[in-house]
Design a protein around this ligand. Structure first.
Ligand code: GLP
Length: 223
């Protein structure tokens, strides 16, 4: 699997924003799978600056913490701040994983599936919140977060104890049904897990390695 190495974070952000722009421009009724974390900040900024028409776009976020969603650290707040409040997307068209999970999965299927899913990667190889050991067949569900993930994400919270220990995530099976997938990774600390996931053996111990089985996936990395 090819890892496309880009010059810097600006180029990473604009490359993936251009891919999203092309998708939305060619197919205004696009369904997007959207990530959170620090890596997509630049992509969202670039997308907002493009002033695209989001009125027919439907979005499905990959995951949410199990926490009070009105707090600034929730992924619902993150998405409002970084994208939704800065575009003309209809609030009713932006979805986060919800209970019952079968209804969330039906919502994706009912909209004819995700056309383009953007992913980040955790330092332990997770995608969305599918931690190592997640079944390749997994669907949307509640998960316990790995200690490493809690430590990594503590920078967004007041303290380590403040980080939620559980989340709801789309499953690996759910994500793999996306028609196109783009994974972005930023920084040398992601280099070795990215190489392991994309060039190593396909194993549930490295959840992102399942992407090697997808027919239309692009990987972008910068130091
Ligand atoms: C969180 C998210 C993932 C994301 C990961 C990487 O754990 N649930 O979807 O890929 O963070 O985050 P960052 O981009 O901050 O390294």
């Amino acid at each position: 699997m090819k890892i496309n190495v880009l010059k810097n974070y600006k180029e990473l952000s604009s490359t993936v924003a251009d891919i999203v722009e092309e998708q939305i421009t060619k197919h205004p009724l696009t369904k997007l799978g959207l990530p959170t974390g620090s890596t997509p900040f630049g992509m969202y900024d670039e997308l907002v600056n493009k002033k695209l028409d989001w009125k027919s776009v439907i979005t499905f976020n990959l995951d949410v913490y199990l926490m009070n969603i009105t707090r600034p650290q929730s992924y619902q707040s993150y998405m409002r701040k970084n994208l939704f409040d800065r575009t003309n997307i209809y609030p009713d068209n932006s979805h986060f994983p919800f209970r019952p999970f079968s209804a969330f999965e039906d919502k994706i299927k009912g909209s004819k599936g995700i056309d383009l899913c953007i992913l980040g990667i955790g330092s332990n190889g997770h995608i969305a919140f599918n931690e190592p050991g997640s079944s390749f067949k997994s669907r949307t569900r509640v998960v316990n977060l790995d200690e490493q993930t809690i430590i990594d994400n503590a920078r967004f919270f007041d303290s380590l104890d403040d980080v939620p220990t559980q989340a709801i995530t789309m499953g690996l099976g759910t994500i793999m049904e996306s028609k196109k997938i783009v994974l972005i990774a930023n920084g040398v600390k992601k280099k070795s897990i990215l190489n392991q996931a994309m060039l190593g053996i396909i194993t549930e111990d490295v959840p992102a390695s399942i992407l090697q089985n997808h027919k239309n996936v692009k990987i972008y990395y910068c130091d």
